[in-house]
Design a binder for this molecule. Structure first.
Ligand SMILES: Nc1nc(=O)c2c([nH]1)NC[C@@H]1CN(c3ccc(C(=O)N[C@@H](CCC(=O)O)C(=O)O)cc3)CN21
Ligand SMILES: CC(C)C(=O)C(=O)O
Ligand SMILES: [Mg+2]
Length: 279
């Protein structure tokens, strides 16, 4: 049940673009209908990240995400959100080959999910893909710095902007993404001072993750933020809740009550004496 998909009350990519330098833009990932329902009132932007392949599907890296996977989760998030700008990650292998491949994948994502924008990883090297998608009328969010889809090429998740060469490359990437027409850009896993410098250097909003409080907005993976991630969480994550603990405790109490026959109790079964049956 998509809530009012045509309503212009939904935050657009252009609305996000206009928020450069203003109140920080609040972003989180979302992969499912119930989480989209819960987060939508609190955030400006929901990202259906390809991190879904790791966080929900148990793949070792985001390279396990497919176009079909991203579309299925994008549809679920759109059904649960009414207000946020919804952005869907383009998975590895769906846009690198050519601008034409990128346009075909972006069109399919938007057509099948109704999302507001797509995101892809890369700077100077992927600027032609961004420009081609934007020309089709589909807003694009960039993603520079630490690019998880390049984890095999980089030999791990390495923080960027530690050397002068690296800083110059990041500045070129930020410029290229802006010039290609992106409405905003994620800056992931960079030295703090570099993220702040990139934010001042370009006129589109920067969304930081493991970056800097001086970015124009912040994003985290929802499961990390609520303490649901079972694998090691990156250093930059702040856990605002302990859902692992809440779920483990609930499972332990349920298991004990099933074993000692305390569950189901009188309120959880149908008998002629129970009020529930009189409806
Ligand atoms: N659950 C989850 N949350 C994330 O934020 C996230 C993922 N998964 N998977 C894809 C990427 C990978 N992320 C990461 C993971 C680790 C570091 C990190 O701590 N890097 C250290 C160690 C590098 C190394 O081992 O070589 C660094 O100093 O670079 C950074 C970003 C962020 N992304
Ligand atoms: C964390 C963000 C930026 C992301 O790309 C993802 O979740 O896939
Ligand atoms: Mg991603």
């Amino acid at each position: 049940m998509t809530r009012d998909p045509s309503a212009d009350s939904r935050i657009s990519a252009e609305d996000i673009r206009r928020r450069k330098g203003g109140v920080p833009i609040v972003c989180l990932t979302a992969y499912t209908y119930p989480i989209a329902r819960l987060l939508d009132p609190h955030v400006d932007l929901l990202l259906v990240g390809d991190s879904v392949a790791m966080v929900l599907h148990g793949h070792a890296t985001t390279l396990g995400a497919s176009l079909e996977m991203m579309i299925a989760h994008g549809q679920a998030v759109m059904r649960g959100s009414a207000r946020a700008c919804v952005v869907v990650d383009m998975p590895a292998g769906s846009y690198e080959a050519s601008p034409a491949q990128a346009v075909a994948a972006a069109r399919r994502i938007v057509k099948e999910t109704g999302c507001q924008a797509v995101k892809l990883e890369g700077g100077v090297d992927m600027a032609s893909r961004i420009a081609a998608i934007v020309t089709e009328g589909i807003p694009v969010m960039g993603h520079i710095g630490l690019q998880p889809q390049s984890v095999e090429k980089d030999g791990g998740y390495r923080i960027k902007g530690r050397t002068q060469d690296n800083i110059a490359a990041l500045l070129s990437d930020a410029e290229a993404v802006e010039e290609a027409g992106a409405f905003s850009v994620v800056i992931e896993g960079t030295m703090e001072a570099v993220a702040a410098k990139l934010t001042r250097h370009i006129s589109i909003p920067t969304i930081g993750i493991g970056a800097s409080a001086d970015c124009d907005g912040q994003i985290l993976v929802i499961d990390d933020m609520v303490g649901m991630t079972v694998d090691r969480v990156p250093k930059f994550v702040k856990e605002y809740a302990d859902l692992r603990g809440v779920i483990a405790d609930a499972a332990a109490r349920y298991a004990a009550e099933v074993r000692n026959r305390a569950f189901p109790g009188p309120d959880h079964v149908f008998t002629t004496a129970s009020a529930k049956d009189k409806t």
